[in-house]
Design a protein around this ligand. Sequence first.
Ligand code: URA
Length: 429
Amino acid sequence: MIEPFAAVEIISAKRDRNELTDTQIDWVVSAYTRGVVADEQMSALLMAILLNGMNTREIARWTNAMINSGERMNWSKLDRPTADKHSTGGVGDKITLPLAPLVAACGGAVPQLSGRGLGHTGGTLDKLESIPGWRAELSNDEMLKVLQDCGAVICAAGAGLAPADKKLYALRDVTATVEAIPLIASSIMSKKIAEGTSALVLDVKTGSGAFMSDPKKAAELARTMVALGTAAGVKTRALVTAMDVPLGLTAGNALEVRESVEVLAGGGPADVVELTILLAREMIDAAGIVGKDPADALRDGSAMDHWRRMISAQGGNPDAALPVAKESHQILATNSGTMTAMDAMKVGVAAWRLGAGRSRQGEKVQAGAGVELHAKPGDYVKQGSPIMTLFTDEPARFERALEVLTGAVIIVEGGIVDRLPLVLERIEA
Ligand code: URA
């Protein structure tokens, strides 16, 4: 086959701040996926995009080219409207776990294709895999059956979904080109649009524990993604939410499953409950479902019923005891006073170093590892009282976790708490 372009022309066009044409974008994404454009050429183009940006048309075309690199799921056989949520990731962000069955209990169908954690933020599949027997890998037919029977399915995205993104994401990871808004937005939205949901709510995190620590950048990313979803016919909206402090009281796989089950049972930490309900209301509204309040479905046990069905349908035993780490270590308050700050990133890195996350793709994670918080900013703590417990199967890991937690918590007698509000901004097309 004679290729219509040479990669070097496209790289130099972006290097010189020119717009790429639709045909250039379609070709370069397809040619890279086919192995015609080499990694070093795509690396140079990605860096030129990071430095010089892309306009709205270019981002939309790039996203479309990534969608067209693979299959598009279709849920038209379902008797309910589809709605999904995507979070840009944070520490203790277990919201998908209670949210998917909650929206199912309100009459939505949630086709949640999730990933595994890499780095300091946990992955939904790693969390659910701490439930004995639960399976993340489903065929398309199995996915449809679980979705039809239970109203929600949480599983791994198959290799056929946006393969261009899989290749590009791995390359960005090792070429310092992850942080470009056009590349992040197209990466997330290509997968969500290919997944075939008709309504989508984006939870864009900001603060020290988020990928976009600057709220202005987070809002820009949110606006870009809402525009991409809307242009593709997906009813899309976004909330920019706080990730300056971990969400809830746990960070770690089985620990977060336990906390999610507490929320489904009508308890759980207030911030997790509030964000779960807010996102559920947005999802059912975007899906056109009327007359249902997610708060009722948490109270009356119907969200819990959907959780149990969904876990069982994927081979899991919702009644089985969750794994517990072999070793624990408590951190005590060094002085009395009000806890004024807790650095989410440091807590996330500690959980990761304890074995909850992986540093290489494919590495095994520990189900029981992580951090449990006993106090959060705003709480008064007494000297010597426990503020967190660290869990791991390998005690040699405590030292490195304790190292990163140095200075993670500030306690001041009479101190004033300066926190981001839970929701900073709501964006709708
Ligand atoms: N998540 C994604 O799927 N892609 C990105 O680029 C960043 C976060």
